[in-house]
Design a protein around this ligand. Structure first.
Ligand code: NAD
Length: 372
């Protein structure tokens, strides 16, 4: 350990903690407790965001949340509900765009004891996080901008577009593609991975996905030590279901990345254990793949492990590798034993032996202490 690293570890870390809404606060509290039990010192800057803030302040993501992450550089976040049909932009999309968290890293790894048809999954999904159909360039039905766009398209491209419609634009740039593909290769090199697969639909979207594909090929030439290949997204879905063991690091535009990371979570045993990280040049925010599961809010029921594994990713980001490994092993041991796990990891969802969110935290903490 370097002197600077020793000094930082001794002083502790400033982390912005966003409990979110729905089941977010429960899993965040469970995760905070297990992270503290690793012995690493954290100064939590708790920031509220989500539905309760919306009622009070008219926004689901107050500016102070973003300002806090700008100061601490690192955030740990519970899920936040996106109210549908209220014209509100997702807090998650806003956060990722405001902080330019361009890379969404979603590992999918099998642990013994997880209920799944597959056993040796070890995939890394690298999803571009800032553009594609998620760029927010949308033209609502009935808006003057939509009518103008349809008139323009009528003159230049598509003569017969119906105005009773809505349009979302798929925007893919060379710069963003270059940096996400570099990120995937650099991750592969740093983590001794052997192959990167670029996923696209360039046979149909020849210009947007075509650009993604040709740019990926160009970047791949800079990493001759890592194998490179590409797959069309529909074929990739089938391949992941049939022979996931043949894949290693996948790099994808935003929408395909979102869908395939849930698919990959399904390969390893569900959303309850699927972690995620949003990483940019300056800042990083760690959060589970799953959403706020609002129907279970306040019931001490859902699985906190996806957020705890996101905490493992955060510890690695902070270069606290020993603490990360200890927490990872503790979680793996609890999963393998199968006693102190929530309903989603039991063989039947109504299994009476399933424990609650906070009991999982207690068991992980006991395991961490026993290993010390
Ligand atoms: P969801 O992930 O919240 O829940 C879907 C189902 O998955 C749940 O009903 C539950 O059965 C299961 N599940 C999810 N998390 C679980 C856990 N930790 N343990 C056990 N089971 C779990 O997806 P949704 O219902 O589509 O989304 C709910 C809200 O969350 C929406 O408003 C959505 O926009 C938002 N969302 C937020 C994020 C985020 O904050 N990063 C991500 C995805 C969805």
């Amino acid at each position: 350990m370097s002197l600077t690293k020793k000094a930082t570890a001794a002083m502790g870390y400033d982390i912005t903690l966003i409990p979110g809404d729905g089941t977010g606060p429960e899993i965040t509290e469970a995760t905070r407790r297990v992270l503290e039990a690793t012995g690493i010192e954290f100064r939590w800057h708790v920031q509220e965001a989500g539905m309760s803030v919306l009622e009070r302040e008219g926004t689901i993501l107050p500016q102070r949340v973003i300002d806090s992450i700008r100061k601490t550089k690192v955030g740990l976040k519970g899920p936040i509900t996106t109210p549908i049909g209220r014209g509100l932009r997702s807090a998650n999309v806003t956060l990722r765009k405001s902080l330019d968290l361009y890379a969404n890293l979603r590992p999918a790894k099998s642990y013994p004891g997880l209920r799944s048809r597959y056993h040796d999954i070890d995939l890394i999904i690298v999803r571009e996080n800032t553009e594609d159909l998620y760029a927010g360039i949308e033209f609502p039905r009935g808006s003057p901008d939509l009518n103008e766009l349809i008139d323009w398209l009528g003159e230049h491209h598509q003569p017969h577009l119906d105005k009773e419609a809505a349009i979302s634009i798929k925007y893919i740039s060379v710069a963003a593609t270059r940096r996400i593909v570099h990120f995937a290769f650099q991750y592969a090199v740093a983590n001794r991975r052997h192959k990167v697969t670029a996923v696209h639909k360039a046979n149909i979207m020849r210009h947007s996905d075509g650009l993604f594909l040709t740019t990926a090929h160009e970047v791949a030439k800079e990493y001759p030590q890592i194998q490179f290949e590409d797959r069309i997204v529909d074929n990739m879905c089938m391949q992941l279901v049939q022979k996931p063991e043949q894949y290693d690091v996948l790099v994808l535009p935003n929408l395909y990345g979102d869908i395939l990371s849930d698919l990959s979570a399904g390969l390893i045993g569900g959303l309850g254990v699927a972690p995620g990280a949003n990483i940019g040049q300056e800042y990083a925010v760690f959060e589970p793949v799953h959403g706020s599961a609002p129907k279970y809010a306040g019931q001490n029921k859902v699985n906190p492990m996806a957020m705890m594994f996101s905490g493992v990713l955060m510890l690695r980001h902070l270069q606290e590798y020993d603490a990360a490994d200890r927490l990872d092993h503790a979680l793996g041991a609890i999963i393998a034993e199968g006693h102190y796990v929530t309903y989603d990891l039991k063989s039947a969802p109504d299994d009476k032996t399933a424990v609650g969110t906070s009991q999982v935290a207690d068991a992980v903490i006991a395991r961490l202490r026993a290993a010390h």
